[in-house]
Design a protein around this ligand. Structure first.
Ligand SMILES: [Ca+2]
Ligand SMILES: [Ca+2]
Ligand SMILES: [Ca+2]
Length: 214
């Protein structure tokens, strides 16, 4: 009985995370379709992007949060790659050209998956970027040394792009065989710089007022 229970902890944890994630997730989220094993059947994420800050979705090692994102709750173990597509600069969502778009895998490691991310161009074959392990332990990674993936990319051509979630196999990507779940976050901070300037301008004005009041 004891053996049965311990043997079922990892699958149970994976399923529990898959169920609980949407509840703890404040960003737009969607579950993996399960029929996304190739570029031609990639799951389109455009409709699920939303504005808002989620404590799990950081844009850098300092933990600064994104304010526009989508989260996919994915499940491993069927020995396939998972492909997702998303638009940049087309109006399909608000991801903009020449702005950092962040790709962040969370939770995978704690459920048994050593993730590997590969970003493909609009042709579905040209590799634009890839990442095995993040250089830092961000929100959602949970372990001091993470094998979860994390990288940023700025796009200069409008179109539909593809991201592949795979499993690390000696430094390259392989189909996901681990019984596991993962959360893939795609995010950015698309606030126009003029708004940032206005925000800091208001802060500066308030600071000035406070100083003059004292
Ligand atoms: Ca992560
Ligand atoms: Ca990895
Ligand atoms: Ca994260």
């Amino acid at each position: 009985m004891k053996k049965i229970i311990s043997g079922s902890i990892m699958p149970a944890a994976a399923f529990l995370l898959l169920i609980v994630q949407p509840v703890i997730c404040f960003a737009g989220y969607v579950n993996e379709s399960g029929f996304n094993n190739s570029v031609s059947t990639a799951q389109l994420l455009d409709p699920f992007f939303s504005y808002g800050v989620d404590p799990m979705i950081e844009i850098d090692a300092a933990g600064n949060p994104a304010d526009y994102s989508v989260s996919v709750m994915g499940l491993g173990f069927d020995n396939t790659y998972d492909y997702y597509s998303f638009s940049v600069g087309t109006g399909g969502n608000d991801l903009a050209l020449n702005t950092w778009v962040v790709f962040d895998i969370d939770l995978a490691q704690v459920t048994g998956l050593d993730s590997f991310l590969t970003l493909y161009g609009t042709d579905g074959t040209t590799v634009l970027a890839s990442n095995n392990n993040s250089l830092f332990n961000g929100p959602g990674d949970f372990l001091p040394v993470t094998t979860n993936s994390f990288f940023s990319h700025a796009f200069d051509t409008a179109g539909l792009y593809y991201i592949q979630v795979g499993q690390n196999n000696g430094g390259s990507s392989a189909p996901i065989s681990a019984f596991s779940s993962y959360r893939l976050n795609i995010s950015s901070v698309p606030v126009p710089s003029s708004l940032f300037l206005m925000f800091f301008g208001v802060l500066g004005f308030l600071g000035f007022k406070r100083k003059t009041r004292v």
